[in-house]
Each structure stands twice: as C-alpha cells, then as structure tokens.
Design a protein around this ligand. Structure first.
Ligand code: 0O2
Length: 216
C-alpha cells in the first residue's frame, strides 16, 4: 500500500504542474480584461489534482484497470472556471476553442447546461490534452475544464458534499429538495442574465472609482 501511494505521488507530479500552469493561464485572462478596464467573463478560477483515494475509488467504480487509469481517467487534473452570467460560459468556451492546437488540445466537450444531469448538475466540461515540460522530459496529460456560473457552482459544491456524506446515496427527500434547489439556481441565472448589462455597467463604474481612489 505504501509503495502504491509512493508510485501514485510520482505519477501525479506532472498533473500538479499542469494544474498550476492552467490556473495561471486562466487567471491571467481575467487580469488582462481588468487591466483594460473591461468586463471579464471569468470571475474566478480554482484547480485541484484528484486525491489518490478518489482516483482509486473512481477507477473501481468505472471498471478501469489500474494500468490504464492515466490514459482513461480524464479528470485527474481539474480546473474550474466560474462566471457571473450564463452567456459568459460560452465566451470562455470560445476563448478555450481559440487556443485549440496551440497551448492545449481539445479532446471533446460535454454541455451539461443543455443536457442537465439527472441530479440537477449543470456545467460545461471541456476535456483537453495538455503538454508540459518536466525534469523527466515532455509529458502530455488529460485535464478537465469545468466552466459554470456562480449559482451552478454553489449548487454543485453543496450537492458534492452531500454525496460525500451519503456515499453517493442521498435520501430521496434530500435528492428531491436538491432538484428544486437546482431549478432555483437556474431561475437565479435567468434573472441575472436579464439584468446583466445593468450589473456589468455598475461593476465597471465601481471598479474605476476604486482604482481612482487607490491611484491617489
Ligand atoms: P470530484 O471530487 O469533483 O473529482 P462520473 O464521475 O463517473 O459521474 P464522468 O464520466 O467521469 O462522470 O465525467 P463527468 O460526468 O463529466 O463528471 C466529472 C466531474 O464532473 C465530477 O468529478 C464532478 O466534479 C462533476 N460532476 C459530474 N456530475 C456531477 C453531479 O451530479 N454533481 C456534482 N456536484 N458534480 C458532478 P467527480 O469524480 O465526481 O468528483
């Protein structure tokens, strides 16, 4: 077991590097927009490397043989990009597509916003191949980019912790409540989308004012 963990830690080194590099890249997009005093479709970015225990649990659940995990498990490296409004998601998707064949390669996309999961889960996923330079030479890994609104993220985070608590067997009553909550989150996204122009204008105005104050 100890040997297995030591081996996995070595395997995960390039994934950790990839997550750090990708986080910097997507955070930079936000920074660039803000420095141009423009609205950024990216609100914030997080990333993680899947825990060894979760990798092993998922491989067992999906029937992936251990020697094929890195080839078949697409979300060992995961980046989450949060947006304020639903249409920002598609702007971010376009930004990513524009980089296809440059610093990343799109393998495929999954639109869980149009095709909402049974649980109520909404998000836009893009699976990419990402090449990186390591001490042991060039490596190519798979990574999953999840792009979602703040409301979708709020719901997914809570549902994820309930799934953890109930070991993916959430009681029906709670599951039904969660579905209602997913509808409410979606209604919130609809409402915010309707007044997004007003909100964006107000935010840019507020930011410019804060910049003037800090410049003095
Ligand atoms: P973690 O802890 O986020 O790493 P599967 O995981 O087998 O259901 P698959 O085919 O690997 O699905 O890919 P999919 O459906 O794109 O899901 C991959 C990731 O998307 C999940 O990783 C979650 O992060 C997120 N996700 C997908 N469905 C749901 C859902 O119903 N609720 C929530 N909260 N998140 C979801 P992991 O491995 O589940 O977990």
């Amino acid at each position: 077991m100890e040997n297995q963990i030591r081996e996995w830690k070595k395997v995960l080194i390039p994934y950790e590097q990839a997550v750090e590099e990708l986080k910097v890249k997507f955070k930079s997009i936000r920074k660039e927009y803000r420095e141009m005093n423009d609205y950024s479709p990216i609100e914030f970015v997080t990333g993680r490397v899947k825990k060894i225990s979760s990798i092993i649990e998922k491989s067992k659940r999906r029937g992936i043989p251990e020697n094929r995990i890195v080839e078949l498990m697409e979300d060992i490296a995961g980046i989450r990009i949060m947006c304020q409004f639903r249409d920002d998601i598609y702007k971010v998707v376009e930004l990513i597509r524009a980089r296809n064949g440059k610093d990343l390669q799109i393998v495929y996309e999954k639109n869980y916003i149009k095709n909402t999961k049974e649980s109520g889960y909404k998000s836009y996923h893009i699976i990419i191949k990402y090449r990186l330079q390591t001490a042991l030479g060039e490596k190519e890994i798979l990574a999953e980019l999840q792009i979602r609104t703040l409301a979708m993220n709020f719901w997914a985070t809570i549902e994820h912790s309930l799934n953890y608590k109930y070991k993916k067997n959430i009681p029906e009553l709670v599951r039904n409540r969660l579905k209602k909550a997913a509808d409410a989150a979606s209604a919130l996204d609809d409402e915010m989308y309707e007044i997004r122009k007003e909100i964006i204008k107000a935010q840019l105005l507020f930011e410019r004012k804060s910049n003037i104050v800090t410049d003095i």
